[in-house]
Ligand binder design. Structure first.
Ligand code: ADP
Ligand code: MG
Ligand code: ZN
Length: 618
């Protein structure tokens, strides 16, 4: 539906204004001519009975009554005045003789005064009306905008505009392989249709945020040399009901006109959530309608339409089953976080547009960035460039990248935050407590660096690097992790015999691990057994998990709680035990750390084992 252009409603304004003016002038016209009272100021006064006699005798040409005052003009032109009682009317005074030529008029100043009295109200009223009109015009204008919103907001990138190619997407060999096929469909549809193969309509890219889904979709369009229509799922769902569906219709119509092409729907989970589920807040029907429209459009592609819908999501679990049916998004491509080699390649891609120094070891950087996504790595390279520029360098050096990694991974340093001597000492012991316990627990992630420079919220950090390619976690590892987390608090207690709030985050995390062991991974002991407790609640479309619902008895809850408490306590005792044995080393390391503020794993090992580090620098 198209909206009519908003009419100019200024005319209503003018009508009201004119109306008022006309009314005003009419009233003053209807009013008899006003007597100029001042004219009569010096006029002689006569009694009312004399006026009546004069009237009867026809000596007056004009009698004007105003309130109690009576102004008289004689036929000879002289002026006289008089007073009457309020209750005396013209007829009572007998001044209404039709045969008499005297003009008798009652000046009704009241009316005029009344008009003046209501004038402010009238003005106010006009203002309100005017305001309302203005408002209505605003609404009708925004409505017409809403209508044009119905037109899809999809950004169209022309075939020539998409510069992204597969070579810009580092790593991701398997997803790329899968998509080469899609590119071929777009380029040579006949090859497939001539032997009766159906061209897939939808490809779903599944991966964590920042893993390069959008990039990959663009690369497909770039490789195929076709236009790329992109829209975010959230853009379908706007303020106005019904807009989503009409946007979908419009987007698909546009795409069909430009076929072959790619429609890219980012964050499809925003509209593609399970229908009919427990909704959170409004907009539920709207999403459903939008989703239905997408499905209808996809089903409606005639053979040879040659439009491929690529959608991206990081929540495949919440997607409506109907989306995943054959003939819709039946091709799913999973994009993992990059592994070591892929990270190195991604880093390399993002050095291409930067001035790099000589002998940069990107592999070392890749090793330090386990678990980070392509977007994180891009960010690191950008931070490195900013750091290099700040340091007034011409090219980016290894140190800049190293510092950037730390900044991205741990938050920016806050050297300006000065802690008291005691607080710094506690922090040093705390971090080294983590380091020593972590080092002693064999399953713990390898230690990387220790620092007592404040960063973000943290007063200090002990940086462990997660191991590559670890897809499952053992119970032993969980316990070691808990032990390492409690190492900080244990060191504080051992040295200062005091507990501080500095360990609150460690304790939270340790408890959470223990609770997950019992409720999610079936690692609880005794009565708990290999059973999952609690039911994941459907998450709202706002993307926030609503948490777990309890689906177990009070008794089980108690058992879980006691398991958590026992596990954490046992590991705390273990950490304390380790540190007691290594107290001398803890003291020694602390002395050094207080001086150097940061300590690499090599420096740590050197002091801790008393041996010179033989390993080459990582
Ligand atoms: P997603 O859509 O999965 O959230 P994006 O495609 O928006 O992620 O990626 C964000 C940015 O991260 C990209 O613009 C790109 O610069 C970078 N990036 C992510 N993955 C890669 C990769 N494999 N190769 C090169 N750059 C990447
Ligand atoms: Mg994206
Ligand atoms: Zn800690």
């Amino acid at each position: 539906m198209r909206a009519r252009p908003p009419k100019n409603k200024n005319w209503i304004f003018s009508v009201i204004l004119f109306g008022t003016l006309i009314a005003m002038s009419l009233m003053s016209l209807m009013n008899p001519q006003r007597i100029n009272d001042k004219q009569f100021a010096d006029a002689p006064e006569i009694s009312i009975s004399e006026v009546t006699r004069g009237y009867d005798a026809g000596r007056f040409s004009e009698i004007t009554i105003h309130d109690n005052k009576v102004f008289i003009k004689t036929v000879t032109g002289s002026l006289i005045q008089s007073y009457k009682e309020s209750r005396d009317t013209v007829s009572q005074l007998g001044w209404n003789d039709p045969k008499n030529n005297t003009v008798v008029q009652v000046e009704n100043r009241e009316a005029a005064n009344m008009f003046m009295a209501v004038l402010p109200d009238l003005l106010f009223f006009m203002l309100v009306i005017g305001g309302l009109i203005w408002l209505f015009r605003g609404v009708s204008r925004s409505q017409s905008n809403a209508m044009s919103f119905g037109k899809s907001k999809a950004r169209v990138a022309d075939a020539t505009q998409v510069k992204t190619r597969f070579k810009n997407v580092a790593g991701m060999d398997e997803p790329k392989e899968d998509l080469v096929e899609v590119v071929d469909f777009l380029k040579n549809p006949k090859k497939y249709t001539s032997i009766g193969a159906k061209i897939p309509k939808g490809v779903l890219l599944v991966g964590s945020p920042g893993t390069g889904k959008t990039l990959l979709a663009r690369a497909v369009a770039g490789e195929a040399g076709v236009p790329f229509f992109s829209i975010a799922g959230s853009e379908f769902v706007e303020m106005f009901v019904g807009v989503g569906a009409s946007r979908v219709r419009d987007l698909f119509a546009k795409a069909k006109r430009n076929s072959p092409c790619i429609i890219f729907i980012d964050e499809i989970d925003a509209v593609g959530r399970q229908r009919g589920g427990a909704g959170f807040g409004g907009g539920h029907d709207e999403r459903e309608q939008t989703l239905n429209q997408i499905l209808t459009e996809m089903d409606g592609f005639e053979q040879g339409a040659n439009v491929i819908v690529v959608a991206a999501t990081n929540r495949p679990d919440v997607l409506d089953k109907a989306l995943l049916r054959p003939g819709r998004f039946d091709r799913r491509i999973f994009i993992d976080k990059p592994d070591l080699l892929a990270r190195e390649k991604i880093l390399e891609v993002h050095t291409l547009n930067k001035k790099m120094g000589k002998n940069i070891n990107l592999e070392a950087i890749a090793q330090k960035t386990v678990g980070l996504t392509g977007a994180d790595l891009e960010n690191i390279m950008n931070e490195a460039a900013i750091l290099a520029a700040k340091r007034k360098k011409k090219t980016i050096g290894q140190q800049d990248i190293d510092d950037a990694v730390e900044k991205v991974a741990l938050g920016p340093e806050k050297r300006s935050r000065k802690l008291s001597k005691k607080e710094t000492a506690i922090t040093a012991y705390h971090e080294l407590g983590h380091a020593i316990v972590g080092y002693e627990c064999k399953e713990s992630d390898p230690l990387h660096k220790i620092s007592i420079v404040s960063r973000g919220q943290a007063l200090g950090v002990t940086w462990f690097l997660p191991k590559e390619d670890q897809f499952t976690t053992s119970k032993t590892k969980f316990l070691d992790e808990i032990c390492g987390l409690l190492g900080g608090r244990a060191a504080e207690e051992l040295i200062f015999n005091e507990r501080t709030t500095g360990a609150s985050n460690d304790i939270e995390r340790a408890s959470a691990i223990a609770r997950n062991m019992a409720t999610r991974y079936g690692m609880g002991e005794g009565e708990l057994g290999p059973v999952a407790y609690g039911e994941k609640q459907g998450s709202s479309h706002l993307g926030a998990d609503l948490g777990m619902t309890r689906n177990y008895s009070e008794e089980k809850a108690k058992q879980i709680d006691s398991f958590v408490k026992k596990t954490v306590e046992t590991q705390y005792a273990r950490a304390l035990g380790i540190l007691k044995k290594k107290k001398a080393k803890l003291e020694k390391l602390t002395t050094v750390l207080l001086k150097t503020e940061t300590m690499t794993v090599e420096e740590f090992k050197e002091i801790y084992t008393g041996k010179k580090a033989a390993k080459k620098k990582a």
